[in-house]
Write a protein that binds this ligand. Sequence first.
Ligand code: C2E
Ligand code: CA
Ligand code: CA
Ligand code: CA
Length: 279
Amino acid sequence: YAKQSYDDHAYYGDEIQEERIQELFLEKELRIAIERKDLHVHYQPKINSRYNSLAGLEALVRWRHAEKGMVPPGVFIPIAERNGLIVPLERIVFEEVCQDIASLLNKGQLIKRVSVNISQIHLYQEDFSQFIISCLKKYNIHPTAIELEITESVIMMDDLNVIQRLEHLKEMGVEISMDDFGTGYSSLSYINKLPIDRIKIDKSFIDQIEIDEQYQTIIKTIVSMARHLRLEVIAEGVETEKQMLFLKSVNCFHIQGYFYYAPMTFEKVRELLYSEELL
Ligand code: C2E
Ligand code: CA
Ligand code: CA
Ligand code: CA
């Protein structure tokens, strides 16, 4: 028994060691990518299923490493959060989003609200709202073109500075969404403390719609509670028609997911806006 547990331990140790080496490597490479602004933004359309119209776009960061190829954000975002790289990373993303919006405005193309993911670490920066406002000014973009997707935590609920920063931006016209709703610490009772416009029902709930009927009840309840709190609702990670139709049946019309569109390059967004595929 002792030997086996020792072996297990050694094996586990190796794995941790390898993970550390991998993280150090990616951290070093990510630092270089950030210095060179060698990051990109893809956009995923959000659809209003009632009219088949475009409701908005979510900006998602992309990093292509010369040898490793595409590194998923699920891998490098946590590394960036642990190593002080998330703030410069998100500022590069935000600036690219502003450039893209500005280029659409210049061409007279109708632009819907674009949402960007903001890490809590970024929200804690004293100059967070100043950065957002000055970047919008630089590209001559109205705050109503922007939405921030944030995730909540218990600490944040009590941080008056963070709440004030968000309220300030909201007063200017920026909208705020609670991302990954239903996971982590999120709950409808906390939500009244933050200036939230919308909740995004997490993909993990949507995945269960066709598997576990109880989730249909949960989703229905979330939508109706949100309505009573005057919050908008969007479902993320919708992959099938059945999921979309169920959501429609409970009055959740805003849909994001592969069922409609996967994230795409800005060029593809431009084509989509030109085409008559969407209203
Ligand atoms: P998220 O904010 O929940 O974004 C949705 C993720 O689900 C995206 O993954 C998107 O590509 C994926 N997705 C959308 N529809 C579907 C679907 O129908 N099926 C499946 N299987 N997946 C779908 P992505 O782009 O890999 O991003 C993963 C996460 O990385 C995001 O989750 C977000 O938390 C984070 N992230 C991305 N960009 C940023 C950023 O600029 N800042 C921060 N802090 N986080 C970011
Ligand atoms: Ca998001
Ligand atoms: Ca998220
Ligand atoms: Ca999510």
